[in-house]
Design a binder for this molecule. Structure first.
Ligand SMILES: Cc1cc2nc3c(=O)[nH]c(=O)nc-3n(C[C@H](O)[C@H](O)[C@H](O)COP(=O)(O)O)c2cc1C
Length: 413
């Protein structure tokens, strides 16, 4: 069997059952998502650090404006005053999403990955703006990620598109899904799909540091059994470590509606990572992939151990970014940074080991988050004469998932 023998059914619409997962701060670019949609699948963009992404894409000045407004506070430990302008946030979101939707061609869909952990010093207000602006911009669907999202449906239940956009959630356990559904029942609307993300995924993990004890297939089976018992018919989309078309087929044969994949696409030409970073992904060996706790979100995160972000002690950039400030204007990186600053007076380049300035490091592509099987990427391409690896087209990778069999991976022409 091949992935192409299956179809993802949303009502009476059918799609190639391949979803490219959201990869924050413009690693899953509009260009990558547009390819997935053109090929009949589903692509994600992400609204993480959307002001920054909009500036880069459209030459706007959202970050500069915010920095100008709060520059007086740069040396202040207390960041509670540093707030996002909600109008600008909506504008940036509408630009990023609206322009992507305008460019969409083909039979597939484009969703946006929306992480609750981007608390932005006003969690409820900023999340409401992000979700509403996404719906206003014509996004096909929203995938609620990085958080339980227990209040997210109620933030948008009055929006005219609340019942016609596809709304889904990422969970890593049956318990998280049960909590979500118990809450959303109040909005009289179930999610249209559930992405079940296992412990081998890239980005933040919905597990503790004991992630290795868990297994995607087992979690999917538990969730499927519970949905069946509750007579709920919600498409399940497993994610995390699905590296070949055959891996995908094994889930589809067991009743998954589609699969969500990401790591294979980190070495696509359309991916937002700079090419020298993509070469690091290709070169990585298994022992260079680690799960650590340096993300201030509190979730473990998987990354290459060579990431320049690890141990870096850059001054917090909350006046320009500040996406992880909690509702009190705090971020655990600020605490760690100030501790080191106090302990090392006069030192020019601080090192902060326990936390990272996630905004700055992700913005600058210095935190190389990746899936567990990144070390297998070198087997998906050819090594060139100069020792580098050939980048792939998103179409090539997509079609390899769609048409390959027997655990084979097609090399590029
Ligand atoms: C580089 C990278 C960045 C990611 N960033 C995000 C993100 O911002 N939000 C999110 O919900 N998931 C994120 N993920 C998880 C993916 O969307 C996806 O669910 C998962 O990685 C699939 O597993 P795979 O990479 O083994 O195919 C990221 C994954 C990678 C590889």
């Amino acid at each position: 069997m091949r992935v192409d023998d299956f179809r993802l059914m949303f009502g009476n619409r059918e799609f190639v059952p391949i979803v490219i997962g959201g990869m924050g701060v413009d690693i899953s670019t509009a260009g990558l998502a547009l390819e997935a949609a053109r090929l009949g699948g589903i692509g994600h963009i992400s609204d993480a650090m959307v002001n920054t992404v909009a500036d880069r894409r459209f030459n706007t000045k959202f970050v500069k404006d915010k920095l100008k407004q709060f520059k007086f506070n740069v040396a202040n430990i207390d960041k509670s005053i540093v707030k996002f302008d909600l109008g600008q946030l909506a504008e940036a979101t509408k630009l990023h999403i609206g322009k992507t939707m305008e460019a969409k061609r083909g039979p597939g869909l484009i969703f946006v990955n929306c992480m609750e952990k981007l608390t932005m010093n006003a969690p409820r207000e900023t999340l409401a703006v992000r979700l509403k602006a996404a719906l206003d911009s014509g996004i096909d669907g929203i995938t609620l990620a990085a958080g339980l999202h227990l209040g997210s449906f109620s933030l948008i239940e009055d929006h005219p598109r609340f019942r016609d956009a596809f709304l889904g959630v990422i969970v890593s356990s049956l318990r998280a899904l049960q909590l979500f559904i118990r809450k959303t029942v109040r909005s009289n609307r179930l999610p249209d799909y559930v992405v079940v993300e296992g412990p081998l995924a890239g980005g933040h993990l919905g597990f503790g540091m004991d992630w290795a004890k868990y297994d995607l297939a087992t979690i999917v089976a538990e969730i499927k059994a519970w949905l069946h018992a509750e007579k709920l018919n919600i498409p399940l989309i497993p994610a995390g470590g699905i590296f070949t078309g055959s891996d995908a087929v094994s889930y589809l044969e067991n009743g998954a509606a589609a699969v969500q994949v990401a790591t294979r696409f980190t070495v696509a030409r359309e991916c937002g990572l700079p090419e020298d970073v993509q070469q690091e992904y290709f070169k990585a060996s298994e022992d260079q992939i680690e799960v650590n706790q340096i993300s201030p979100t509190g979730y473990p995160m998987r990354m290459l151990s060579k990431s320049p972000a690890i141990g870096d002690g850059i001054r917090p950039n909350c006046e320009a970014y500040g996406y992880l400030l909690d509702s009190h204007g705090s971020c655990s990186y600020i605490t760690s940074y100030n501790r080191e600053l106090e302990a090392n007076p006069g030192v020019k380049r601080l090192s902060v080991k326990d936390k990272t300035c996630l905004c700055t490091q992700m913005r600058n592509f210095n935190l190389w988050t990746c899936g567990h099987y990144t070390y297998r990427l070198k087997d998906t391409t050819r090594k060139l004469e100069d020792g580098s690896y050939q980048l792939l087209s998103a179409e090539h990778i997509f079609h390899d998932y769609q048409y390959s069999s027997d655990n084979k991976i097609a090399l590029p022409a």
